[in-house]
Unconditional design. Structure first.
Length: 344
């Protein structure tokens, strides 16, 4: 965090907090009236001018007050996190626990409800991403005959994920043979990650004796197809909540946000990169590497089962975000999910 004298720090935080509360440029008179710093309006005006020269504040119009820049928001957020000065709200904690506790055994449904909870409590976009499939552990597989040349594969993981896929076959197969294949695959691969299973399947299929055993050969082909999912599942809730904010009053900003959400790959790529880090991550406006996200801020945290990351939860909103509340909600939601998964 950049060094700053104490009174400049107080004035900057006052401007940021005032602008978060009311989206109008902040003047020196307002800061003087709202905060008891013991400084004259002229002194505060000079401090705000210095903060503008340093890149922490900007003045939209010559006669207007100041607004925070992304650099100003970053200083404010780093101060919040360093001092752990965000509030405690038991009502929010109780709402998180109440809404999520009942859904602990199905992580897909659970993550969907998590995004709705995050959005409801923050009034921003709630986002969640399921675990990377290559790192999830197979608990068991079920194979059911669906049509003459198609079967339904249902995968259960230790992390609570349930994945379904319809697999096409070269020729018809009986449910009796499917049951035998199911037993074989579960005995061979239960307790292994999807990545380990894929590697093992490729290795086994290269063996002559496997190619000669029709049933095992079909088992390996079915397993390979059943595990071929394209990407992580992304859950997003609360678009209507965000569109009610004054930050998205014009159609251009609405279109930009809609494009970022519709192109799920953008958000998945962002969350996937952040999932490599432990704990809370806060990305503000221009710090985002993707153009579609440069006018948005992201507060996310990884969830774990033991030492293994099992997903990401977070909030996406305007740079004029209530960071104090957003950090508190995301941090406690991730901690609750981690604690819940560790104890099941």
């Amino acid at each position: 965090m950049q060094m700053m004298e104490e009174r400049s720090k107080k004035v900057l935080c006052a401007v940021v907090q005032s602008y978060i509360n009311f989206p109008d440029p902040v003047g020196s008179m307002l800061v003087t009236k709202r905060y008891s710093f013991g400084l004259s309006p002229a002194t505060i005006r000079n401090i705000m001018a210095d903060l503008e020269d340093m890149g922490f504040l900007a003045q939209p119009h010559t006669s207007a007050g100041r607004v925070p820049t992304d650099r100003g928001y970053r200083f404010y957020v780093d101060l919040l996190v360093a001092e752990k000065d965000y509030y405690t709200n038991m009502e929010i904690l109780q709402e998180i626990y109440k809404r999520l506790e009942a859904l602990r055994n199905n992580i897909d449904v659970f993550l969907g409800e998590t995004t709705r909870t995050l959005s409801k409590l923050s009034h921003y976009l709630g986002v969640a991403m399921s675990p990377r499939l290559d790192m999830t552990t197979l608990k068991r597989i079920e194979l059911l005959k669906y049509r003459a040349d198609k079967i339904a594969a249902i995968l259960f993981t230790d992390e609570g994920l349930i994945k379904n896929k319809v697999v096409s076959l070269d020729s018809e197969i009986s449910q009796k043979d499917l049951n035998r294949i199911t037993g074989y695959l579960n005995s061979e691969f239960s307790g292994h990650t999807f990545d380990e299973i894929r590697f093992k399947v490729i290795k086994e299929m290269s063996k002559e004796k496997i190619r000669c055993d029709t049933l095992i050969s079909r088992a390996m082909k079915i397993c390979r197809e059943a595990l071929s999912f394209s990407h992580n599942d992304l859950f997003v809730s609360g678009l209507s909540e965000v569109f009610d904010l004054p930050d998205f009053a014009d159609l251009k900003k609405i279109r930009e946000l809609s494009r970022a959400i519709e192109d799920k790959h953008t958000i998945i790529e962002l969350l996937d990169s952040l999932s490599e880090f432990d704990g809370l991550q806060i990305i503000i406006g221009s710090e985002n590497s993707m153009d579609e996200m440069k006018k948005l801020s992201v507060v996310v945290s990884t969830c774990k089962e033991g030492y293994r990351p099992i997903g990401v939860v977070g909030i996406i909103g305007p740079t004029r975000m209530n960071y104090e509340k957003a950090i508190y909600i995301v941090d406690n939601t991730a901690k609750f999910i981690t604690k819940m998964l560790s104890g099941r």
